[in-house]
Design a protein around this ligand. Structure first.
Ligand SMILES: NC(=O)c1ccc[n+]([C@@H]2O[C@H](COP(=O)([O-])OP(=O)(O)OC[C@H]3O[C@@H](n4cnc5c(N)ncnc54)[C@H](OP(=O)(O)O)[C@@H]3O)[C@@H](O)[C@H]2O)c1
Length: 274
């Protein structure tokens, strides 16, 4: 950052919750930001808030629906045009992509036989397909630079064998956790300068519950603490980041208990959310 190269940080899902916190904390590290979500009014409000605290902060807003192929393409072409100078006030300063956080996502509750297939496939589009495509495209940019950090926001749900009554959400986050760990190993094997992590928090107090139409059975951590722990883990080179001691202990027991028993325990916890 003091090298004369602008090192951008991109955050999806920045209009709310954990993503909003990521943006606020990353800007304090001096990185110019690109923030994305569907709700442009929220993104512009966040931009104003950031610039009122840090007047020199550069914040580009890209409105995109990541549940659609066009939305993913718009985000990627928006990032490329910022990096290629088109959108920047100082086009002659070289730029690279320093951090990319796949944070956009949502959850759904209910028994699998009754839940709405349209909402579920929309969730798979955002939680799985967009994360997959964006990770691949961003990795290509970062591998050319031989530097950069990718953070995929999974969930502790992704580290459990299964999540009855929130089945598709758990499966979507297991995909993200598995994919990220596999890519991390490929990068480690070839000595790449690019690092990738997945964030696996337990409950976090955000708008997530309203969207999923549930109440947490456990008390949630704040989005601020979650983002702080995540950035520490990411820049510290951790592959799987589990923010709280309580969740770390839960994940430890997941490895010890039989999968069937663990799945019954998760089912009992999930039912408390309705
Ligand atoms: N809160 C928790 O307990 C918890 C725990 C573990 C993991 N997570 C994960 O953390 C991530 C952030 O969630 P949160 O808790 O911060 O919830 P949140 O406050 O509801 O934020 C979700 C973000 O995702 C964006 N988003 C949703 N659908 C989108 C779409 N189709 N296109 C683009 N952006 C979309 C939303 O923006 P727009 O609506 O403006 O598009 C919003 O910025 C999610 O991946 C979630 O699964 C949350």
């Amino acid at each position: 950052m003091g090298s004369g190269i602008k090192t951008y940080a991109v955050v999806t899902g920045a209009s709310s919750g954990i993503g909003r916190e990521f943006a606020g904390q990353l800007v304090l590290t001096g990185r110019p930001l690109i923030i994305s979500a569907r709700r442009g009014d929220r993104l512009h409000e966040l931009k104003g808030e950031i610039q009122s605290k840090v007047p020199s902060a550069e914040v580009a807003v890209i409105e995109a629906d990541l549940g659609m192929k066009d939305g993913i393409d718009e985000l990627l072409s928006g990032i490329n045009s910022v990096l290629d100078n088109g959108e920047r006030s100082d086009p002659y300063t070289p730029a690279r992509l320093g951090v990319f956080i796949n944070c956009a996502g949502f959850g759904l509750c209910g028994s699998f036989d009754r839940s709405d297939v349209e909402r579920e496939t929309a969730m798979i589009d955002v939680n799985v397909t967009a994360v997959h495509v964006l990770t691949k495209q961003v990795l290509k940019i970062m591998e050319r630079q031989n530097s950069g950090y990718i953070l995929n926001v999974a969930s502790s749900a992704g580290l459990f064998p299964a999540g009855p009554f929130m089945a598709t959400y758990y499966a979507s986050k297991a995909y993200v956790a598995s994919l990220t760990q596999a890519i991390a190993e490929e990068l480690r094997e070839k000595g790449s300068g690019v690092h990738i992590s997945c964030l696996c928090p337990g409950p976090v107090d955000t708008e997530f519950n309203d969207v999923a139409n549930v109440k947490f059975a456990l008390r949630g951590m704040t989005a601020k603490d979650c983002a702080k722990a995540a950035l520490k883990g990411l820049f510290g080179g951790k592959v799987v980041i589990v923010p709280t001691l309580r969740m770390k202990a839960a994940v430890f027991f997941v490895r010890l208990l039989p999968r069937g028993l663990m799945t019954r325990i998760v089912a009992a916890q999930q039912k408390k959310k309705f």
